[in-house]
Design a protein around this ligand. Sequence first.
Ligand code: NIG
Ligand code: FE
Length: 413
Amino acid sequence: MKKTLIRNIGSLLTCSSKISGTPNILDSMGDLSIINNAAMLFDEAILWIGKESALPDDSVYDELIDAQGRVIMPGFVDSHTHCVFAGNRADEFARRLRGVSYQTIASEGGGILNTVRAVRAASIDQLANQGIDLAMNAMKYGTTTIEMKSGYGLTLESELTLLKAINIVNKEVPLRVIPTFLGAHDIPPEYRHNPDLYVDIICEDMLPAVKEEQLAVFCDIFTDTGYFTIQQSEKILNTARELGFKIKVHADELSPFGAAEMAGSLKAISADHLLYISKNGIESMKRNGCIGTLLPGTAYTLHLPYAPARLMIDSGMTIALASDCNPGSCFTENMQIILSLATTNMGMSIEEAIMASTLHGAFALNIGDECGSLEIGKSADFHMLNTNTYPELLYHFGVNHTQNVWIKGTKVV
Ligand code: NIG
Ligand code: FE
């Protein structure tokens, strides 16, 4: 592959953790490890990075790019999305604006089950195309790695179809796509009378089949009032772990449910949402190195209180930021908006928000040694902003600041 040198980089945000590669990444929160007047040499991986004045005279490259003093930073690692679905729920959005709650709509058979009906009626190509469109758009806003969950099929067959659609997306887009099995997203209508029976089907049929076909890296679950209980969640997550899946949890999104405590004690790689996390939940996650993935677009869309980001960071938890892109509770694939909400409404600093959406997102996907920061040997996944200073990314909000994007060293935008 050809070698490219980018020179005249005004600010290169390497986001490299001082102790990269270890699970203890607390020290990196808020430190962007910036190199000013920088240059970077790469093929699919980063070969050299530093001050331009220190570039070795004998450096060899095929292409030279002048960054004209602009900012370069790692691509966003969006570690939590539900981008593969069918239909849309704009009508529910409009009803919520008139005061009807997410839970009321769900109790009437809407919400997740609304999308489940559309997904069961869709073809695998329709599902994959939805994922491709959203991933390609996310990339234009600087996302280079994206996680995608199943969870809108809720039968063995349709969950496998969703995961296969995610697999197609992975082949069709330049982004790195990480698949997650979320069969425990909701209790399907067929098992409303006996949710435990559905839990058994997940444990005995779905998880082994997903494993057998190697369709997912993670197993996630929606542990909350009206969805899966702590006991049911523990059963599913323990089974998943025994089969070799890494674990994630939708935790304390709608109520203080004790899900963060559970995620910590099960040593989940992350617990996500955490709007209603308790002191014990923070303690348990911190003690067990469980990353808190915050999704401020969901609180924004559902008019809920934001997760207590400051409290979590000041308590020493590691925080990631992700979009939660889905047709119900948060329909955006634009990570720049998410950083904007995190800083303006959750009290995170610009530096914390950038770390949380790059390196910490990569750690939340267990690929922190591969991407998420710009260091020699890591994947050349980055974007060039149209600004000369990085605070402008959030200061001038609601517009796209991503000018060009490279993934695995190839210019894709
Ligand atoms: O992360 N909490 C569960 N899942 C999604 C919502 C999915 C939907 O409403 O379609 C979430 O908020
Ligand atoms: Fe979600």
